[in-house]
Design a protein around this ligand. Sequence first.
Ligand code: NAI
Length: 456
Amino acid sequence: MENYDLVVIGGGPGGYLAAERAGHAGLKTLVAEKNSFGGVCLNEGCVPSKTFLNSAKVFDYANHADKYGVKVEGKTSIDQKFVVERKNGVVKMLVSGVKAQLKRNKVVMKEATAFIESKTADGFVIKVGEEQVLAKRLIIATGSMPVVPPIPGLKENIASGLVLTNKEILDLTTIPESLVVIGGGVIGLEMASYFSSVGTKVTVVEMLDKIAGPTEKEISAILQKTLERKGVTFNLGCKVTAIESDGVVFEKNGKSEKITTDKILLSIGRRAVTQGIGLENIGVNLERGAIVTDDNMRTNVANVYAVGDVNGKIMLAHTAYREAEVAVNTIMGKKDKMRYGVIPSVIYTNPEVGSVGETLDSAKAKGLNAKEINIPLTYSGRYIAENSELDGICKLIVNVDTNTLIGAHIIGSYSGEYIVSVSSMIDLEVNVENIKKLVFPHPTVCEIVREAIFNI
Ligand code: NAI
């Protein structure tokens, strides 16, 4: 039996980065992936959806070119087959990049299913494909899968192809005339943004009375308004009761309604993948279906770590990256731990949303002496120069007692790129007086942060 210092199960962002860092640190490492290296993020999530959304952005520009003095003759149309082919090309390039990095760091890659068989005095016995290996340590990074609730007709209509998840929708080579999105969270909104841009009649059915989950309430309302302008219909506070072969039945204000549609996207959240790995053979603790971990990514079993969506903490690829590093540093005896409070999040709709940290409501709920600064993005010259719809805003949340930032919520172009500047200020606890001395390039949209700071 081949011996490894570390076996990583799952080759998504959490798993491949853990393997890469471990290999770099000199650990003899094997990473097993049963589908494709890169995981959901690279193959059927973050990256492919961004290629779609970029096509939508170009489409939107072409449609509104006259607003910028550009004449486009005829009707703008989308070649969805090309969009999917381009997406596949982007995925292929990135997956080969991941493999090259793993190879460079001397990681053994296995495209096979790994299963934990037992724990012995010499280590963990893992079956990887047909082979058995021995591992001193394990990192579980098996990710998550879409939640499929017991709604009558749902399973049958997933099988029939009427209902799609994030995976199948990114392989649609024709544009449906109509699409009902169940769940107005991140996946639902990004796909609503794409398909409404390219001509689909999109209807969102959301259980809560606001879209975009924990997103700051005013930002969420602006996002809803801009999507409505693009033709998206929102049914909020609605519960889906059945899926029929031609549509969705839901309850609105106590009454049953039905929307007939060509396609349905199911995007009501994801759950950790903890079955079929053999976790029970070594006694790994689960809570609400996810592996329980501490701030060092340790599970209850010595030498077993869990990173990424499988621990159910924050299901974002960049959280998984950082968790992977913390796990490997902990294995290497370096002091490191996760801090979950300053993880930025981005919704890549057009306009995009960048958020980090507290909202005024969450800060107050924690008893903090907090203040909110809310300014329009029209304080930025570049924002006005480049946009025809000007309803973006930037909100900063300040802890009045410490005079430091504790949150930022921005809707508008590039916010997903520069939100990290505010995350850094929050993470490093930079005093507002010192932030005032930082120089921002001019003219940029990110100058809005400086403007907001001077409005405190
Ligand atoms: P989500 O948790 O973001 O949103 C699910 C939405 O569905 C919620 O608003 C919820 O209230 C609603 N919902 C739940 N049950 C429902 C029902 N029966 N009927 C109607 N609505 C219902 O989940 P989503 O969009 O599926 O995304 C999954 C994960 O992927 C998230 O953790 C997200 O963070 C991650 N992701 C992140 C992206 C990003 O960072 N840009 C992009 C895409 C996904």
